[in-house]
Design a protein. Structure first.
Length: 94
């Protein structure tokens, strides 16, 4: 089953600067990174990893979350646009 959490926190250990983004997003602008004890500067290494400029101190916390604007909507769903459940169940029982 898919994990739909769009927020993760990491505890500082004084050495780690690379942190995983374990959820999907459409644009880098949708990712918000905050630090409990001050500002944080970061860069994207790839779509699933960021690097902060300085390691978090022990006791500090980094939060990575997806924040998507509701207007305009990123996607529009319509009735009948999904896959047929009978086909999904037929494939899963093989």
């Amino acid at each position: 089953m898919a994990d739909y959490n769009t927020i993760i926190t990491y505890n500082g250990n004084g050495t780690t600067t690379d942190f995983a983004i374990p959820f999907e997003y459409l644009n880098e602008a949708d990712i918000v990174v905050t630090r409990q004890n001050g500002a944080v500067t970061y860069t994207f290494l790839n779509p699933s990893m960021i690097r902060i400029n300085a390691a978090l101190a022990v006791g500090d916390v980094l939060t990575i979350q997806r924040v998507t604007d509701l207007d305009p909507a990123a996607v529009t769903f319509s009735n009948g646009s999904g896959r047929c459940f009978s086909k999904i169940f037929a494939h899963s029982s093989r």
